[in-house]
Design a protein around this ligand. Structure first.
Ligand SMILES: Cc1ncc(COP(=O)(O)O)c(C=O)c1O
Length: 344
């Protein structure tokens, strides 16, 4: 039985061509900033996002920690939505390593709303309360189900941050998906923020790596903070080459992943019209409500039929499409899930 692995878009394997690019990469010691392939990747990503400089790091979590830390001093807070990856899935790293606190605002499917942000921020809160030093948003939103943040709302929050003199960080692990789905230029997204992180190991199919972009001064500080976290690396150009390859070959094709996600949701709804409670599909993530069936049990039964999905909550499942699954396989997976949900 062939397995259709939809647990995450991080499960992809580097393609043969990507491996060849990695093998051919000129490399150097990146702690000395002497790796030409890393330097080229950082230059290209900064330019794409309309920033001065970039820093290639091992993970999205590390770039988020660095990006937020550039804007928030120990003892200050960053504000984000209640489902944000930085709040739920970075193992408290922002607090543990950088001594900052977080407060969260409610959101539907991770969508940021100006009114909620305006309500919660407390810049310069004085001696009794923690001061808000930054707002962080996620685009697309992972636990929200691949949700795209409306550009107008992102812009309005950017203006609010400027008005109050606080920073604005974008967790753009899947910004590529938002860009392809909306046609909004990466640079237009990038310029709204003080710090932006974008991942290569999600939909773009590289094995490892995220780039943080910001001003040249900020990135110089981030290099020091990265080394403090143990994240200085040496001939990292082998990995940067995979990211450069992905930039050239795997961005436009994200539209295929989005179509596959819609096909999966469609097959599911067709097979189980009454039971299927699939959230609308914006990009490559399908979130579904398992009703009165425990999500873990549905995931286990699907796995027995060769379909792997993640249980996000007690009654919520997530399926993520990517480079290593075909639309046909996604339709089959939707059918398996639909049958399981409609079974008595
Ligand atoms: C939205 C978002 N941000 C950040 C990350 C962290 O990336 P990494 O696993 O590389 O630390 C993830 C990982 O899935 C993510 O979905």
């Amino acid at each position: 039985m062939s397995v259709i692995d939809l647990r995450s878009d991080t499960v992809t394997m580097p393609t043969q061509r990507m491996r060849e690019a990695m093998l051919a990469a000129p490399v150097g010691d990146d702690v000395y900033a002497e790796d030409p392939t890393v330097n080229e990747l950082e230059r290209q990503v900064a330019q794409l996002l309309g920033h001065e400089a970039g820093l290639f790091c091992v993970s999205g979590s590390m770039c988020n920690m660095l990006g937020v830390r550039l804007l928030v001093e120990p003892g200050q807070e960053v504000v984000c939505d209640v489902q944000a990856h930085i709040a739920r899935a970075e193992m408290g790293g922002h607090a543990a390593a950088h001594g900052l606190t977080m407060r969260t605002f409610p959101s539907t499917r991770g969508k940021v709303q100006l009114a909620e942000v305006a309500k919660i921020i407390s810049p310069s809160a004085g001696p009794y309360l923690v001061s808000t030093a930054a707002v962080a948003v996620e685009n697309t939103h992972n636990f929200g189900g691949g949700t795209i943040q409306p550009f107008d709302e992102l812009t309005a929050v950017a203006e609010l941050c400027r008005e109050h003199g606080i920073g604005y960080h974008l967790d753009g692990a899947r910004l590529w998906n938002a860009h392809i789905a909306t046609g909004v230029a990466l640079e237009a997204y990038g310029r709204l923020f003080d710090t932006v992180s974008v991942c290569f190991s999600k939909g773009l199919g590289a094995p490892v790596g995220t780039v943080l972009v910001s001003t040249a001064d900020n990135i110089a500080r981030a290099r020091i903070l990265r080394k403090r976290l143990g994240g200085g690396w040496r001939q990292a150009g082998i990995l940067a080459a995979a990211a450069l390859y992905a930039l050239d070959h795997h961005v436009e094709r994200l539209a295929d992943d989005h179509a596959a996600a819609r096909a999966l949701a469609g097959a599911l709804a067709e097979r189980s019209p009454s039971a299927a409670k699939v959230e609308s599909v914006a990009t490559n993530i399908v979130v579904l409500d398992t009703g009165d069936k425990p999500a873990a049990a549905v995931a286990q039964a699907a796995a027995a039929q060769g379909v792997l999905v993640s249980a996000l909550g007690r009654h919520t499942l997530r399926a993520v499409t990517h480079l290593d699954v075909t639309t046909e396989q996604c339709v089959r997976a939707g059918g398996v899930l639909g049958d399981l949900l409609s079974a008595p």
